[in-house]
Ligand binder design. Structure first.
Ligand code: PLP
Length: 396
């Protein structure tokens, strides 16, 4: 039986060889398992490894090593940026975010609202874009933070972070960028556009799950969310995960070394979309959400009108193709996607949408097989679905 074609890299990516090799060699190295805070040679060896990993991750982001806080992943990085920023403030203020953020941001912001912060959630246009001018209009004298994602996990739509950063700078407001999905594809430089906090997650980059980083610009306020020791410059207590940090750092190096990744994977993704559109012509209306604007090169949010995404994902799974109904984080709930709803799509259109996300190692032959399987699975529409599709065509 052919192996699974894994097209769900926005949920997580398999461990890359560079990361696995780095962790394996560390496991064989006797001095690497120590506690970096210990005063003896074993602790010192672990400290050296940890600080090397920190340098590498800082280099990946264009920042300084002392600005990197190792955390457990993207969710914690987002929480530390937003709730850590708030905890450092003397009184509740105002935060601006968008309606399409990841739940790690939306729930952290909701938590602030419960403790007296004011929140503005700006909307998006039908292609999924935030209007920077709406952010400018939302900023008031109490605003101390704007939190906007670099790229959306469901659609891949990339936000105009340069313009948003310029507005935040001009108004003297801090900016948090959730770059968890953008990091594998877009070269990041924390100074351009200038941010104050930036989140990344190892397992989206081909590193191990269980580690990520929040980059905090020197001087940007952040108070720890946990009570405990003084690790990570008092910003994140707990014994550091040296092995995971080294695997994470190695993964960032592998991403950086693959300079051709964006061009290569965009070409494959575009071929996938045009082949699906060609095969569906005259059979069923299909469209990729956000296709008219800047998107990550690896993501397709594909709507095939009249289909039920949960049934389709199971059907494809049985055919050996792993895709998702939207974000893995909302799996288990059949609620329509908050991202697609914010883009103006109906619950029915949301349920007709699947997410296909490629990885750096995705092969042309896998895309060919996926096109065949998906074109087969979405097949000719039923009579009832065709009626809805025709109606949808008339209004679009
Ligand atoms: N932010 C975005 C945009 C994401 O896509 C995700 C995960 O899918 C997260 C944050 C959370 O990252 P983690 O799974 O590492 O907690």
């Amino acid at each position: 039986m052919p192996s699974t074609i894994y097209l769900d890299h926005n949920a997580t990516s398999p461990l890359c060889e560079t990361s696995r090799d780095a962790m394996q060699s560390l496991l064989q190295d006797d001095g690497s398992w120590g506690n970096p805070s210990s005063p003896h040679a074993t602790g010192h060896a672990a400290r050296i490894r940890l600080e090397e990993a920190r340098e590498t991750v800082a280099d990946f982001l264009g920042g300084d090593a002392h600005e990197i806080v190792f955390v457990s992943g993207g969710t914690e990085a987002d929480n530390l940026a937003i709730r850590g920023h708030a905890r450092a403030a003397s009184q509740p203020g105002h935060i601006v975010t968008s309606a399409v953020e990841h739940p790690a941001v939306l729930e952290a912001v909701a938590e602030l609202e419960r403790i007296g912060w004011e929140v503005t959630r700006v909307g998006v246009d039908p292609s999924g874009l935030v209007d920077p001018e709406e952010i400018r209009a939302a900023i008031n004298p109490k605003t101390s933070l704007v939190s906007i994602m670099a790229a959306n996990n469901e659609t891949g739509v990339m936000q105009p972070i340069e313009d948003i950063a310029a507005i935040a700078r001009e108004r003297g407001v801090a900016l948090h960028v959730d770059a968890v999905q953008a990091a594998p594809w877009v070269s990041i430089d924390v100074d351009d556009p200038a941010a104050d906090y930036l989140s990344i997650s190892s397992h989206k980059l081909g590193g191990p799950a269980g580690i990520g980083a929040l980059w905090v610009r020197e001087g940007a306020p952040v108070a720890p969310l946990l009570a405990g020791g003084g690790q990570e410059q008092r910003r994140r207590p707990g014994t550091e995960a040296v092995l995971l940090a080294c695997g994470f750092a190695a993964a960032t190096r592998a991403v950086q070394a693959d300079a051709d990744r964006t061009r290569r994977i965009r070409a494959l993704r575009d071929r996938f979309e045009s082949e699906i559109a060609r095969r569906a012509r005259g059979v069923r209306a299909v469209r990729a959400h956000g296709a008219a604007v800047m998107r990550l090169p690896n993501t397709t949010s594909l709507m095939a009108e009249g289909l039920d995404n949960e049934t389709l994902v199971v059907k494809l799974d049985l055919m050996g193709i792993a895709v998702s109904t939207g974000s893995a984080c909302s799996t288990g709930s059949s609620r329509p996607s908050h991202v697609l709803a914010a883009m103006g799509l109906t619950a029915e259109q949301s349920r007709a949408t699947i997410r296909i996300s490629l990885g750096r190692a995705t092969m042309p032959s896998e895309i060919e097989r996926a096109v065949d399987a998906i074109a087969d699975a979405i097949g000719p529409t039923t009579h009832a679905a065709r009626g809805r599709t025709d109606a949808a065509r008339k209004v679009s």
